[in-house]
Ligand binder design. Sequence first.
Ligand code: TRP
Length: 332
Amino acid sequence: MAKPRILSGVRTTGDPHLGNYLGAIRNWVPMQDTHECFFMLADLHAIATPQAPAALTSQTRETAAAYIACGIDPAKSVIFPQSAVSMHSELAWILSCHTPLGWLSRMTQFKDKAGKNKEGALLGLYSYPVLMAADILGYHATHVPVGEDQKQHLELARDIAGAFNRAYGEDFFPLPEPLILGEATRVMSLRDGKKKMSKSDPSDYSRITLTDDADTIAKKIRKATSDSIEGVSYDSEQRPEVANLITIYAALADTSIDAVAAQYASAQTSRFKSDLADLAVEKLSPITAQMRALMDDSAYLDGILRQGAEKARAVATPIHQEVMKRVGFLQV
Ligand code: TRP
């Protein structure tokens, strides 16, 4: 039997960070043996928040390097820039003609990102989840590994698939299922334990990026916000920052939150942080080193992405053509 097909991606909006690694990329690695995998570099989604052109180019390479350094094997998985496969944009338009505004206006990510300035918010930010539906449906992907925060977008993709199927033939698009990733998926800011670790946070000290050197990692963990409560205990309400550090420790050490909390129950926060810094450096420095090597060989990296784009197009094109036919576009 054919392996189930998955598709996922990370936006190329900045340096990939610890949250991208622990919350997404790392969890894709074992799926490469059980699924047919498409991992895109979501550069079309990236420009929903304005990006400087040269930065977008290097962030796209850097994200590709991070995928590979974290264990995504180009021989097993298809790695490609989203913009290199024109189906994504074209199908997004067709799907947008089957998506009521009411569905989109419920999306909490848009509300969070647009903030108070609804008039100035970009159309692309609003239609972002329609493009995400096109990414998934355009490959007939059946499973989508996502974090909690993307579940609502995936629900919407299912609704859009249903609307399309009702109009043009039941069962054309499989309804994609979320694969919600295991423990430790939500890595929070090192400055504010209630906010997700994010590339757009103005403070560099809020995140650990996969290109940080050992000293920087240690410094960021040492300076991470904590509290004055004695000992180390997991309480995401009362002690969100300490809880986040425990979560990160458990994920990096491949152990449970309870085990880490028990081990450090009577330790001073400073000792816990210093052990966490050592652990983070130990686990992240091989990734950083490989990313650097890949970034220094952009011809090799671009070659992988070119091949990935070809493989992606080979799957997307026949599905796209069938969509065009079903919609009734004159075939010339
Ligand atoms: N929106 C996702 C995020 O911000 C990234 C993404 C774009 C994605 N297209 C996707 C994830 C398709 C899964 C499937 O994390």
